[in-house]
Design a protein around this ligand. Structure first.
Ligand code: F6P
Length: 502
């Protein structure tokens, strides 16, 4: 079988790269506009010929056929023999998504109806003032990010998130809460994750210090695929919102894992979030490759990762409420494509998933931009901007946007020694690439679009790298060793020293 680096399209790109002038001399104008989104990818060392060659590589990797497989419910998560159908969760009722010849849409929309009824009941009754989502990884990051991103629209019970097994995390939350008005969502696809179950037991113990066992049913809801473990924990099936195994953990905010979004923000806003993601699903399926936002972002990422050897990339949302978006994308990208064997288990001889980091602008400018501008690592960035202020302050938003736009320009254009008054410390080499995504406003719909853009970008990169982007074997070994140390004691002098106070 032809591996990626043996493909003629790959070697063609290597040769092509040598023909290109520096980025700042290209004076590109590369944009895609669709669904109220502008992607400006001019600040990349790519010409139209480069893009065409990258598209040829994607075609050689059968990208479109794989896209069809994903949407048709084929089990593309080959190591777990599962379909990858988070897109079904945001599709309309009459959509056709099947797994094992069964149309999943009735189950999806029955579940949505249950989420709607439950969240509206909780919000309407007014008994619950605080909702605590106990979960980790995909059972925390996505819903957490959405609740923070849209907190300017929150009109329901307060949303809290507990993920770390460090007792400080849950204790600092519980000490401020009233058990009589607190609802716990135990969010765990497997319902066997040690951190989550440990925190769930701590919450249950805290609750039973003041409330009776018969009240558990009114204050604990399980969000999981594992009914057996939920019942064993002590939550009845009636108090469980199930979802299917074809929803990956890091793609689960659209599932019952998103219940806290419905309670905190209202089901209508959750529906708008789903609609935005569905709109982007349609764009991803229908837009021509050269006008396809997730595909172009993916190909530019491949260009930087594999032909410029960029080890990392920065996610720079210029919106304080999106401060958790980079953390969400870390799992979405690094847990999907942080792999070194192909789908069939063959060793890989090329770069795969990048190190993803970032924080809201302008804060990052006062933290790591120095390195991006003048360091020795090439770090491509994605700037994410919103034309309208969501914070109600136009002048502050003007400053925010001016900073984001300026940073991207300086990264590309740099500053010469002459312009730096011959001070070598103030020379900026420039030629540092970035993409800029501009949305009209930060709304549930545009947030849904934004998340789906990156879900599909990561899918495209995984296909080109010939990876299974939907399992996570790399997180299992550490967990089992931790259990071994917990159950059988320290193994090394360092273990003994560090555990000496326990
Ligand atoms: O990080 C490993 C992982 O399995 C993630 O993929 C998942 O989102 C997280 O742990 C939590 O898993 P669960 O939802 O089963 O508790």
């Amino acid at each position: 079988m032809t591996t990626l680096t043996q493909r003629p399209e790959w070697t063609d790109l290597i040769k092509h790269k040598e023909t290109l002038p520096p980025l700042k001399d290209l004076h590109n104008s590369h944009t895609i506009s669709d669904q109220g989104i502008l992607l400006d990818y001019s600040k990349n060392a790519v010409t139209k010929k480069t893009i065409n060659k990258l598209i040829n590589l994607a075609k050689a990797c059968n990208l479109e056929a794989w896209r069809t497989k994903m949407f048709s419910g084929e089990k593309i998560n080959n190591t777990e023999s599962r379909a990858v159908l988070h897109t079904a969760l945001r599709a309309p009722k009459d959509a056709d998504f099947t797994v094992d010849n069964e149309n999943v849409m009735p189950f999806v929309h029955d579940t949505l109806q249950r989420m709607k009824d439950l969240s509206e009941k909780i919000r309407g009754e007014g008994q619950i003032t605080d909702v605590v989502n106990i979960g980790v990884g995909g059972s925390d990051l996505g819903a957490h990010m959405v609740c923070k991103a849209l907190k300017h629209l929150a009109d329901g019970p307060k949303a809290h998130f507990v993920s770390n097994i460090d007792g400080a995390h849950i204790n600092q939350k519980l000490e401020a809460l009233n058990p009589k008005t607190t609802l716990f969502l135990i969010a765990s696809k497997s319902f066997t994750t040690q951190e989550t179950i440990s925190n769930a037991h701590a919450a249950r113990k805290w609750f039973l210090e003041t409330c009776s066992e018969d009240k558990i049913k009114d204050h604990f809801i399980a969000l999981s695929c594992n009914t057996k473990e939920v019942i064993e924990f002590g939550i009845s099936e009636d108090n469980m919102l199930p979802f299917k195994d074809w929803v990956g953990g890091r793609h689960s905010l659209w599932s019952p894992i998103g219940l806290i979004i419905c309670i905190h923000l209202g089901f209508q806003r959750f529906q708008e979030l789903l609609s935005g993601a569905h709109a982007m699903d349609q764009h991803f399926q229908e837009a021509p490759l050269e006008k396809n936002i997730p595909i172009i972002l993916a190909l530019i990422g491949i260009w930087h990762r594999n032909f410029w050897n960029a080890e990392s990339m920065a996610i720079l949302p210029y919106a304080q409420n999106l401060n958790r978006f980079p953390a969400f994308l870390q799992q979405l990208d690094m847990e999907s494509n942080g792999k070194s064997v192909t789908r069939d288990g063959s060793k890989i001889d090329y770069n795969t998933g990048p190190i993803v980091f970032g924080q809201a602008g302008v804060n990052g400018q006062h933290a790591f931009y120095q390195l991006i501008h003048q360091g020795t690592s090439l770090i491509p960035s994605d700037f994410i901007l919103f034309k309208e202020p969501y914070n109600g302050c136009k002048s502050a938003h003007h400053k925010l946007l001016a900073n984001g736009l300026a940073q991207a320009d300086v990264l590309m254009n740099g500053q010469t020694l002459e312009a730096a008054n011959n001070d070598p410390h103030r020379v900026f080499e420039g030629n540092i690439p970035s993409n800029t995504l501009v949305f009209d406003a930060l709304t549930p719909f545009t947030l849904g679009q934004l998340i789906a853009i990156y879900e599909h970008k990561i899918f495209v990169q995984g296909i080109i790298w010939d990876l299974n982007s939907y399992d996570q074997p790399g997180v299992e070994l550490g967990k089992s060793l931790a259990n071994d140390i917990l159950n059988n004691g320290p193994k090394t002098p360092l273990h003994k020293y560090a555990l000496s106070k326990i």
